[in-house]
Design a protein around this ligand. Structure first.
Ligand code: FES
Length: 560
């Protein structure tokens, strides 16, 4: 069947007077839909990533019900369907490894099903970007709704957000957290369904969807399980019906200006570095791209005005009380391009609101939480195609740093040796991890936040410069340079670094350099890395077609 034929599959099947229509309507009647519903248009698919293997998305079943009622009230027919779901904490070798599979699942189901438009229900880190990628390629009207942040848990009587876990893990490594505390921590980690409750990857992606115009304005920060999120679900269902009437597709909404706004949004909320990879992948599905130079310029001209964890001090609910993303867009009038669409069909110029200044979480551009861009885009002899540093979560004095490399050739090597007392290392050393990129990982596992060696941790060292071709959790902090491209596994300079080499990081200048002469690097040059792989199934596709971090780690054949 040609691609053109697949692309024509849609809700018109329900109106077909012939056998195909009869069979389609007949099966829907058998599933319980009354005769009055089975010729209804538009048909709105609800792509649901609810799964018991993904507790963050555990609230999506209930939200799907609310979306359905919104679709029906607006005159449409809602048909929910499952796709695979990817849980950050459960999936091996890494969640990014499977993101493109979920994107393909979403695209193919949207294309092949008798639906006119789709509501995408996602949440945990990779689900929303994968759905946006798939919907962008499918080309039918689409809108997202995220699961929302989970309730706060408590630890030792204090509110606990997820980024507080990392220092507790360090305490356990130092034998400062006994078995009883470790066991109690397990019961305190998550207080219910919903995504991580700081501006980690999941919430950053929800914010991006809202700014892109692919979610209703004001919807991304509403708490999981709250009546407000249920109302947003109903409104999202209704909006999907009008999106079909307008025939507005993701390509109409995700313009260059919208992509620039979305990246500025990441900077303004001190969001996750992972979101930059996903944004490039979404852009690539539409034949668009933000260059490193553009990203650098956008970051340096966007103050971080949302003082939320993990880059800032306050809670997501504080940002929501101050007016959420519409207020953030309002605060950034003159910086954001407000002629872009918001998810309700208005332009952001009309959808942006005045900040409420209830909690003081939403700062002004003149007095931001972080003045220089929260993300530093780096290039240099160690990262010819780029690398990234979440500057707002880094130690300022380490953002200009020169030190001797201590190299780990893979995750297992790092885990085996990081606490080796014989290792020649001090607080000024630069920890280098390679072999953890898109191909080498595979899937860039979130290991770029290398642990501080126990010997240094016990002396009070809490941060060091760490460099890798891996990713890190959006909830982690530290002076951590990530996404070094090209990665070591495809022959990037990271593969040539040796213990004792001097590395120079200059975040102000946007540079990451290996201070080793070209002749010496030539001598170290290893045999050309493999570029084709055997094997089978998804791994075959992945290893032969995944692209580098600077182009979003999509498969080359899925980019527009
Ligand atoms: Fe699922 Fe953080 S682990 S959103």
């Amino acid at each position: 069947m040609s691609q053109e034929k697949i692309a024509r599959a849609g809700g018109e099947l329900l109106e077909d007077p012939g056998p195909d229509g009869l069979i389609t309507r007949g099966f829907l009647r058998g599933a319980g839909w009354p005769a009055s519903m089975v010729r209804r248009r538009p048909v709105i698919g609800i792509a649901n990533t609810w799964s018991e293997l993904n507790p963050c998305n555990g609230g999506l079943r209930d939200l799907a019900g609310a979306v359905k009622s919104g679709v029906i009230a607006a005159g449409g027919l809602p048909l929910e369907f499952p796709t695979i779901s990817i849980a950050e904490a459960f999936t091996r070798p890494s969640s990014l490894y499977l993101r493109n599979l979920l994107a393909m699942d979403t695209e193919e189901m949207v294309l092949a099903s008798p639906i006119d438009g789709v509501v995408l229900l996602g949440g945990c880190d990779k689900t929303l970007p994968a759905q946006l990628m798939g919907a962008a390629s499918a080309g039918k009207p689409a809108i997202t709704l995220a699961a929302g942040p989970r309730p706060l848990s408590t630890w030792e009587g204090q509110p606990m957000t997820i980024e507080a876990l990392w220092p507790l893990i360090d305490q356990r490594r130092m034998n400062q957290l006994d078995d009883d505390s470790w066991s109690r921590l397990e019961g305190c980690l998550s207080a219910g369904p919903g995504t991580c409750n700081v501006m980690g990857t999941a919430l950053t992606m929800a914010v991006i969807a809202e700014i892109l115009g692919m979610a209703l304005p004001g919807s991304s920060l509403l708490a999981a399980g709250s009546p407000a999120r249920t109302e947003a679900a109903k409104a999202t269902g209704a909006r999907a019906v009008t999106l079909v009437a307008e025939q507005r597709t993701p390509a109409d909404v995700i313009t260059d200006a919208a992509l620039r706004n979305a990246f500025r949004g990441i900077c303004a909320v001190g969001g996750s570095t992972n979101a930059v990879i996903h944004l490039q992948a979404i852009a690539g599905r539409l034949g668009r791209r933000l260059t490193t130079e553009q990203l650098r310029q956008l970051s340096s001209s966007t103050p971080m005005i949302a003082d939320v964890k993990p880059s800032g001090e306050m809670l997501l609910q504080d940002l929501e009380l101050d007016g959420g993303i519409p207020a953030l867009m309002g605060r950034l009038r003159g910086i954001m391009e407000l002629d872009s669409y918001a998810g309700d069909g208005r332009r952001w110029a009309d959808a942006a609101s005045d900040p409420r200044s209830v909690t003081g979480c939403l700062k002004s551009p003149a007095n931001p939480a972080h003045r220089t861009g929260s993300l530093a885009l780096l290039t240099g002899t160690l990262a010819p195609s780029g690398a990234i540093l979440k500057r707002s979560a880094a130690t300022p004095r380490l953002c200009q740093h020169r030190g001797r490399a201590v190299v780990f050739s893979g995750v297992e090597d790092m885990r085996a040796r990081i606490d080796d007392p014989a290792m020649d290392i001090d607080a000024d050393s630069v920890l280098v991890l390679r072999g953890a990129g898109p191909l080498g990982g595979p899937g860039m596992p979130e290991v770029g936040h290398l642990p501080i060696p126990a010997r240094l941790l016990s002396r009070g060292v809490t941060d060091m410069v760490r460099i890798s071709d891996a990713r890190m959790s959006g909830t982690a902090t530290g002076t951590v340079v990530l996404h070094v491209s090209p990665e070591a596994a495809v022959g990037g300079p990271l593969a040539l670094v040796r213990d004792g080499d001097v590395i120079d990081l200059d975040a102000d200048a946007g540079r990451l350099d290996l201070l080793v002469g070209p002749d010496e690097l030539q001598r170290r040059q290893i045999a050309q890395p493999r570029t084709t792989f055997g094997g089978r199934g998804f791994e075959f596709l992945y290893r032969n077609h995944v692209t580098q971090a600077d182009t979003g780690c999509d498969f080359d054949f899925l980019q527009a």
